[in-house]
Design a protein around this ligand. Structure first.
Ligand code: MG
Length: 394
């Protein structure tokens, strides 16, 4: 069920992960919105100088830095501008629940998105969800919390924004299949042998999308697509057996929905994250931000092929996680975060990211019905075990 927001007043946005790729593109939409949106909270992880620069331009009521060591610098720079400042993970949780926040855009990286998203739901705020790991880690819990809250989630992930758009005006019982498109990442045409020697630079060279490092590596392993299958299951309430991925190297068709009569609806657009961001901020309103438009005549071909799960075994982890349920996806996410960080630091080879996940999965104890504290414990335990697996493999 979708509701349109009323836009009589300026809408106040808390931008979490403001200095990252999605955060900056969100601020570009806010900049172009002519006052329809205001960034009342800007939050970042560690990039304090970038946060100071953005706060100086956007003049939020509050700026938050997760890294407490960077707090004095933030306070010193922003106090003269009359901008309130705070630091630490708890400050982020408090920030989203503020009176002067209408919507939280969650673009932090990884597990760190979970606590503020839960806080936003508890406070009844709408959410523009860019942090897919929140639904990967604790989809069942978020689903429960949403049932007892007026909050609505608007997906920012381009694939999920596409599916959301395709589903509008359709009856749930007519939905046969969600088809999530994948670019295939930088290693689509590489062999398994070549991938063993892939460098960080190779993996960061995404063919179509310009994104942060973590998600770009997730695209290279196709873990990102596995996460998107899990995200789709919780966002749209469609079982894993009715969600498939198809490789579409041009990244023009952002995803599709097949219906009972055999019709397939697709959403197309340029690979520009500002489109799904604007759609989410506007709660499905279609505003013109004068962004580059898609010219179909310039496209000689759109191609689709089945994903190669021999080469990209991470994709199958989505189905494993959804079938097994419990804390399985939380383990996968934590081990993946540790594996990706180790690969980015040059400590492990590319295929070892997947191997780290599998070794960790085999060792963390399974919890069938996790509560919030169980997710916190699972995340900590999985990270510790993943780090051990990496240490032992060298
Ligand atoms: Mg995506």
């Amino acid at each position: 069920m979708l509701y349109l927001c009323t836009m009589e007043k300026c809408k106040n946005i808390a931008v979490l992960g403001a200095t990252g790729s999605i955060g900056r593109q969100t601020l570009d939409i806010i900049r172009r919105s002519g006052g329809a949106y205001r960034a009342t909270v800007l939050a970042a992880g560690r990039k304090v100088d970038d946060l100071i620069a953005l706060a100086s331009e956007f003049r939020p009521a509050l700026a938050v830095i997760a890294d407490e060591a960077a707090y004095p610098r933030l306070r010193e720079a922003l106090a003269p501008l009359g901008i309130e400042t705070a630091a630490g993970d708890d400050a982020l949780v408090d920030a989203v629940a503020r009176e002067d926040v209408d919507m939280a855009l969650t673009a932090t990286v990884g597990y760190s998105g979970l606590a503020p998203t839960i806080a936003a739901i508890r406070a009844g705020k709408d959410i523009a969800l860019a942090n897919k790991e929140t639904l990967v880690v604790a989809g069942a819990l978020i689903d429960e919390l949403l049932k007892a809250s007026p909050s609505k989630i608007y997906p920012v992930d381009s694939e999920h924004s596409a599916i959301y758009q395709c589903l509008r005006g359709e009856s749930p019982e007519n939905v046969r299949r969600l088809i999530i498109t994948a670019s295939g990442g930088p290693f689509r045409t590489w062999t398994r042998e070549q991938m063993v020697t892939a460098t960080v630079a190779d993996a960061l060279h995404h063919p179509n999308w310009n994104m942060g490092a973590k998600i770009t590596i997730d695209s290279a392993t196709m873990m990102n697509k596995a996460f998107e299958i899990i995200e789709a299951r919780w966002l749209f309430g469609v079982g894993a057996d009715r969600i498939s991925a198809v490789v579409h190297p041009q990244s023009i068709v952002h995803s599709m929905v097949e219906f009972a009569d055999g019709a397939i609806k697709a959403q197309l657009g340029t690979p520009d994250m500002r489109l799904p961001i604007a759609y989410a901020l506007g709660c499905t309103r279609r505003d013109d931000y004068d962004l580059p438009r898609l010219t179909l005549e310039q496209m000689s071909q759109l191609t689709f092929l089945a994903p190669d799960t021999e080469k990209f075994p991470a994709l199958n982890l989505a189905y494993h996680a959804l079938e097994k349920g419990g804390n399985t996806a939380c383990v996968i996410n934590a081990a993946n975060e540790i594996g990706v960080a180790a690969f980015l630091e040059g400590r492990i080879a590319f295929p070892q990211i997947y191997e780290t996940i599998m070794s960790t999965l085999a060792r963390v104890h399974y919890i069938i019905n996790p509560n919030y504290d169980d997710y916190v414990a699972t995340n900590a335990e999985s990270r510790r075990i993943a780090a051990e697996c990496i240490k032992n493999s060298r």
